[in-house]
Design a protein around this ligand. Structure first.
Ligand code: ATP
Ligand code: MG
Ligand code: MG
Ligand code: MG
Length: 478
């Protein structure tokens, strides 16, 4: 079953036990009386200290024990005299699995910029910051599955290759089996992309929602959790070309139920991280506090753990889009002309507007509902007045939109009307329309961008730093 991990050794192994520790060297320090090697295997933010006596090993061997090298250390677990750890390993044997030339190994013990680490995405999980983020990311993913499983949802695997453009935003990556040297042409001579995928049109999915709805119309409560692709050539701190989306879809849920679920869900998964990722969150909090020291006192944000606890402990503010526009119109930045994008009923809110509402006005997460139909997708249920739809966006501090959702249009006639209105050929969505034709039901759902959640929980400013291998224009080539 493999060796004990450092996390288990530190937490549970009894003193005097013989142990084998395998991991990467973080630091080596030599003093007159001892040689200290800090080892980490990624199972925890905490290193284990291994101690050898001077002269115990040849100078030649010790020269190969450098930051980044990989070791197998055999020894005995003893009480530690030093501050910072209760136990350490008294080394009896060292085997060097792999050296890391200090002249070449980029992760020497000093603080590296996040930009630099993005360039070496293959090595950055070996840093404290990234290993902490990846462990928290894992914990959140686990909590997502646990939450839905406990609530009677089924995990539905929706396709990655699909013909449907759920968002109609035209941000799709095309999938092609075409021979690029021999492209099919239309009568006018243009490339016929309709024949991309073995003679049909195909794209990478921008959302699993439409297929998710098919699942909900049979299993009642499903969720998807998979990779999602958007060809947005944007360089924001909140957009990736490849991200993971969590999309629950529920039959017999109205907009209110949908909001209740979204709020409860986010709170429960954050709580899971607060309970299970204490060491990593503390590490990230200290890192952020260090960064904030350069800011004036009144501009510093709450310590990470307090910020998370606040979100978990307080009800989200709920209001309509129309009410939000009124607040924005009365706001100081609007009156002083400080918003980059003008405010008025009918606009699609920008993140500066969303963040004003969350960070300055309400000072807590906000759920906005009933957006104008023109700025939302065709599948959202129309309100009685026909002007707005039963949409909901959940907005978070530091991020803006974290969730987009809605009650879905269940009327076949109305949905068909909306499909035609926005210029989609109903033939392409016949399978989707049939869920309304045969045994339609009120239903709702939402999409949570997983990386935005990880960003919030870890306090990271840039979404590129919360996914192992970020995909964005000019991202690393692997
Ligand atoms: P935004 O307004 O931020 O561009 P959106 O309204 O286009 O988001 P939706 O289509 O509503 O996004 O998708 C649902 C959720 O997916 C969003 O609330 C967000 O959390 C996440 N999301 C959308 N686009 C991206 C992206 N490019 N990278 C990472 N997450 C994304
Ligand atoms: Mg978008
Ligand atoms: Mg949006
Ligand atoms: Mg949205």
């Amino acid at each position: 079953m493999g060796p004990l991990q450092i996390k288990d050794i530190l937490q549970t192994a009894p003193e005097n036990q013989s142990v084998v520790v395998k991991g990467w060297v973080r630091t080596k320090r030599e003093s007159k009386n001892a040689i200290f090697i800090a080892l980490n295997d990624g199972s925890t933010i905490n290193n284990i200290q291994a101690v050898a006596e001077p002269g115990q090993f040849s100078a030649e061997l010790l020269l190969t024990v450098t930051t980044g090298s990989c070791l197998k250390v055999t020894g005995q677990l003893i009480a530690s005299q030093g501050a910072g750890q209760t136990v350490e390993v008294k080394i009896s044997d060292i085997e060097v699995y792999g050296t890391a030339d200090p002249e070449e190994y980029p992760l020497q013990p000093k603080k590296h910029s996040l930009e630099f680490l993005r360039e070496i995405a293959h090595l950055r999980p070996r840093t404290n910051t990234f290993s902490a983020i990846l462990r928290i990311r894992h914990a959140l993913a686990f909590a997502v599955h646990q939450y839905f499983n406990d609530k009677g949802f089924f995990y539905l695997h929706t396709p990655v290759i699909t013909a449907s453009d759920a968002e109609g935003a035209g941000e799709m990556f095309r999938v092609t089996t075409l021979d690029l040297n021999n492209l099919p042409r239309t009568d006018e001579g243009a490339i016929n992309f309709k024949e991309d995928f073995f003679g049909r049109e195909a794209n990478l999915t921008v959302s699993g929602q439409l297929e998710g709805e098919l699942g909900a119309m049979a299993l009642s409560k499903i969720y998807t959790f998979g990779p999602t692709f958007r060809a947005e050539n944007s360089n924001t701190t909140r957009h990736l070309a490849e991200f993971w989306m969590i999309e629950p879809e529920m039959a017999f849920f109205e907009l209110e139920d949908n909001m209740d679920l979204a709020e409860d869900f986010v709170k429960k998964v954050i709580t899971y991280a607060l309970i299970n990722c204490k060491d990593d969150l503390n590490f990230l909090q200290n890192r952020l506090t260090e960064e904030e020291k350069s800011k004036p006192q009144n501009e510093r944000s709450l310590p990470l753990l307090e910020k998370l606890a606040f979100v978990v402990d307080n009800p989200f503010e709920r209001l309509t889009y129309t009410e939000a526009i009124d607040i924005l119109l009365k706001s100081k930045p609007h009156k002083e002309g400080k918003f980059q994008f003008p405010v008025g009923w009918g606009i699609d809110l920008s993140s500066e507007h969303e963040r004003y509402l969350v960070e300055k006005h309400f000072k807590k997460p906000v759920i906005l509902t009933n957006y104008p139909r023109e700025i939302k997708s065709f599948y959202m249920k129309l309100d009685e007045d026909g002007k707005t739809v039963r949409a909901m966006d959940v907005l978070f501090p530091g991020i803006g939109e974290i969730i987009g959702g809605s009650q879905r249009e269940e009327s076949y006639e109305k949905l068909l009307g909306r499909v035609k209105e926005i210029g989609i050929d109903p033939e392409n969505l016949w399978w989707y329309l049939e869920t309304r034709k045969f045994g339609t039901a009120p239903h709702s759902g939402f999409g949570l961008g997983f990386e935005r959640l990880v960003q919030f929980v870890t306090g990271m400013g840039n979404i590129r730093d919360v996914i192992p291998f970020p995909r964005y224009p000019k991202s690393a080539e692997f």
